[in-house]
Write a protein that binds this ligand. Structure first.
Ligand code: TXA
Ligand code: MG
Length: 311
């Protein structure tokens, strides 16, 4: 697979968050194939993956905040936005002078970067705006026939994409996308406050957080969201519509993400997989409740659900 990367081919690879569609980040032609295979607009920049923080200097301008966060969370589900260096072709960053970087923890992903001896540009391995893939089968279902290689590493442990934080301005680090890492933990590692910029979806904001489209992670079926779907309300929903709840029993048209009591880590791990299953089933419509509670992981899940429901 490392040789395929060196030849400029695409390789779908498991990560701890979601499956990525990887190419040599220093090869503009190879990266062009990512946009083509996904049907992704070239205005939506890619994340560059490294095997070690030592490799950061080659592709981005390092600063103190980046090093603090790297020490605390890498390898892991955190992406840093930094100033880009010129070796990285502009197609990777959609022409921007900033670059998104992550050191993943998944052993297969790390082995691929190491043996290819290249930084790897990799977005989630799904057709543009569809639900992100958390198994090799999901990748095959969405991109089969369009990409030459898929590595099967089983189901992803985290299940939603990395937390993205822009650390270019030391006065105000900004979270651009919520993930499994609590903003509190990030503030503790930095020793300062961070700003939440995750609702950056307007045209103007698109320059701040490119790629944060309102419609994203979307099933083909209509997805309706409710604050809470109690068992009593669930029972009133037509049997040809699916109901997605965060706890309770899975029965007939009712699907539970967590079983007995809500567990946000488990819900995140299963969310995309269950949304795909419901999308592929014979349901007329999907009705889902929002994640309960105020944890940032519940917010991260609700960010995905809200975008998935947006048409
Ligand atoms: O967990 C993840 O982050 C996964 C795995 C494969 O690493 N990757 C992923 O990539 O979710 P993707 O392409 O689905 O999301 C990348 C997003 C872009 O849509 C954009 O919002 C943000 O990262 N991004 C990339 N480069 C950026 C930049 N220079 N400035 C601001 N945001 C950027
Ligand atoms: Mg994606």
């Amino acid at each position: 697979m490392a040789m395929a990367i060196q030849r400029g081919e695409l390789v779908a690879v498991p990560s701890e968050t979601v499956y990525g569609l990887a190419a040599d980040a220093l090869n503009a032609r190879a990266c062009g194939k990512i946009f083509k295979a996904k049907g992704r607009p070239t205005t939506d920049p890619l994340i560059v993956h490294l095997a070690h923080v030592r490799e950061l200097e080659a592709v981005a301008e390092i600063n103190t905040d980046a090093l603090k966060l790297a020490a605390a969370f890498w390898p892991g589900p955190l992406t840093l936005i930094l100033k880009k260096k010129n070796v990285v072709p502009s197609i990777v960053t959609a022409g921007a002078d900033s670059i998104a970087i992550r050191v993943p923890s998944h052993p297969i992903f790390r082995a691929l970067i190491r043996s290819a001896k290249r930084p790897l540009a990799a977005p989630s391995a799904n057709p543009f705006s569809y639900i992100s893939p958390t198994t090799a089968q999901h990748v095959l279902n969405g991109l089969g026939g369009k990409i030459p290689h898929i590595i099967d590493g089983g189901a992803c442990k985290v299940g939603i994409e990395s937390t993205i934080i822009d650390v270019r301005d030391p006065r105000i680090p900004k979270i651009l996308r919520l993930g499994v890492i609590e903003p509190r933990e990030i503030e503790a590692a930095l020793g300062k406050k961070i700003l939440l910029k995750t609702n950056a979806v307007s045209e103007k904001d698109h320059a701040v957080a490119p790629g944060t489209f309102v419609k994203h992670y979307s099933p083909k079926k209509t997805l309706k969201l409710f604050y809470k779907i109690s068992p009593k309300i669930a029972a009133t929903i037509s049997p040809n519509e699916a109901v997605l709840r965060f706890s309770g029993v899975t029965r007939n048209n009712i699907f539970s993400l967590c079983g007995h009591k809500p567990d946000m880590k488990k819900a995140a791990r299963r969310l995309f997989s269950i949304l795909r299953k419901l999308d592929e089933g014979g349901w007329k419509r999907i009705n889902a409740e929002l994640a309960p509670g105020k944890s940032s992981l519940a917010n991260a899940i609700n960010d995905r659900l809200t975008r998935a429901a947006s048409k």
